[in-house]
Design a binder for this molecule. Structure first.
Ligand code: FCB
Length: 450
């Protein structure tokens, strides 16, 4: 493959990372697997949502996605060739428990069993995430995250997966971005299950926090040697102007977005500015359950959020104008790598300096193959370089950052944007499903292999 300029600038890219630093790539089940009707898989809320007219751009669905369910061997080869030592994927709850609880679908577990063995045989450490938003539809029909009964069902699902894979999978993440799932899926309805309203959002947050706590206990009880963590979306909320009301709005947004995940887990409380919102949902002992010992925290970082006072919005604060001339990705997300350092330092200073992994970081740029067949995603390399430098800034000031996972291994189904948004370091032609490693993949390979 012809390699473009960005690769040659490698030495200026990033200083060496500490020995043992983990390099990984991230994906999630619904976004890549496809094979939605195979091997007894039950429906997930994303099947229903994506098949509802008008919900996802261009009517795209995850029916085929990257067809990873059949092409996982090839994908492992790509992971291996890049030099990634770790791979973060999620298990699909409805593949393993088609109706959410009760009957176990062994063929679903078999798939992850093969995947895990394949990874290990290539020297790649599997990092398993139990929930990346694809709730079994059967549980949604019983209220999903609005119904407290889900807590025990989730713990049972966690136990089942740990029993089957916990002998080989050591690294576990319980949830992926419960805040995003709650806000977009249950507050404004742009994600599955498409619910709206503040009470729904709050219930989804609280019940995920509880389920996470109970699942952490269940996993620990199942196998004491597991390395347990969870994954949060940690993006700084900045006022969109110097007006006082925007400052207050940014604080409220920060509490709702970042604080409602961090604090119940690490402090056993909700941030004081939003605690009243949660009072009706909290039962005795809940905040003891949400607070759990974890071995690491997974941080997903993409962009800072600029927040404005908006009394008409879900909780009075919403996305507003960003500073003029700020560069942005093809998602129109502003680019500011310093936001990553800021979030990591916040964990150091206010949350007891836990061991941290960046479990997702990356950028959407929709580069296509050129005439020579290569994909020259120079903007993605620039983004990754800046964010890795920001990670080093955090390391230099004592943040216990232990690894970095790029989002994403493959271009994939980007939720309500369907296939119109590309985050992969590997290009996927969604007609032929052919994979083409992009320049960013080559750049990472050189970086990782030193
Ligand atoms: C994160 C999600 C991931 C992907 C990236 C772009 O919020 O965890 O699935 O959509 O954003």
């Amino acid at each position: 493959m012809v390699l473009g300029n960005p690769l040659r600038t490698k030495s200026a890219a990033v200083h060496p990372f500490p020995a043992g630093f983990v390099w990984g790539a991230s994906t999630s089940s619904y976004q890549i697997e496809g094979a939605v009707d195979e091997d007894g898989r039950g429906k997930s809320i994303w099947d229903l949502f994506s098949h509802t007219v008008g919900r996802v751009k261009n009517g795209d669905t995850g029916d085929v996605a990257c067809d990873h369910y059949h092409r996982w061997r090839e994908d492992i080869e790509f992971i291996s060739r890049c030099g990634f030592g770790a791979y973060r994927f999620s298990t699909s709850w409805p593949r393993i428990l088609p109706t959410g609880n009760g009957t176990i679908e062994q063929r679903g577990l078999d798939f992850y069993d093969r995947l895990v063995d394949g990874l290990i045989s290539h020297g790649i450490t599997p990092w398993l995430c139990l929930y990346h938003w694809d709730l079994p539809q059967a549980l949604q029909d019983q209220g999903g995250w609005l119904n407290r009964d889900i807590i025990q069902k989730f713990a049972e699902y966690a136990r089942i997966v740990a029993r089957r894979l916990g002998d080989r999978v050591k690294h576990w993440a319980v949830l992926n971005e419960p805040n995003v799932h709650a806000l977009f899926g249950h507050g404004i309805g742009s994600h599955a299950p498409g619910l709206t309203g503040l009470p729904n959002m709050l219930a989804a947050i609280h019940h995920q926090n509880l389920a996470q706590g109970v699942a952490l206990q269940a996993l620990r009880a199942e196998r004491s040697a597991l390395i347990l963590g969870t994954v949060l979306s940690l993006q700084p909320a900045r006022p969109s102007s110097s007006r006082d009301e925007d400052y207050r709005a940014a604080e409220r947004f920060d509490a709702m977005w970042n604080g409602t995940c961090l604090d119940p887990l690490l402090r056993g409380s909700y941030p004081s500015s939003v605690a009243n919102d949660f009072t009706p949902l909290i039962m005795e002992g809940d905040l003891v359950t949400t607070r759990q010992q974890i071995d690491y925290l997974g941080v997903n970082y993409y962009t800072p959020m600029y927040i404005t006072y908006d009394p008409q919005s879900l909780f009075g604060a919403w996305f507003g104008a960003r500073p003029p001339n700020m560069p942005s990705t093809a998602m129109d997300w502003p680019i500011d790598a310093a936001g990553l350092t800021e979030g990591l330092i916040r964990l150091r200073d206010h949350y007891g300096n836990p061991e941290v992994y960046v479990t997702e970081n990356g950028a959407c740029f929709n580069d296509l193959p050129g005439a020579d067949g290569t994909v020259s995603d120079v903007d993605r390399i620039t983004y990754l370089r800046a964010h890795l430098a920001a990670a080093q800034d955090a390391l230099a000031v004592g943040v216990k950052l232990r690894g970095y996972f790029v989002w994403s291994l493959l271009d994939n189904f980007e939720w309500q944007e369907g296939y119109s948004r590309r985050f992969g370091v590997i290009y996927v032609d969604f007609k032929t499903l052919k994979r083409v490693p992009k320049a960013s993949y080559q750049w990472l390979a050189i970086l990782i292999k030193g």
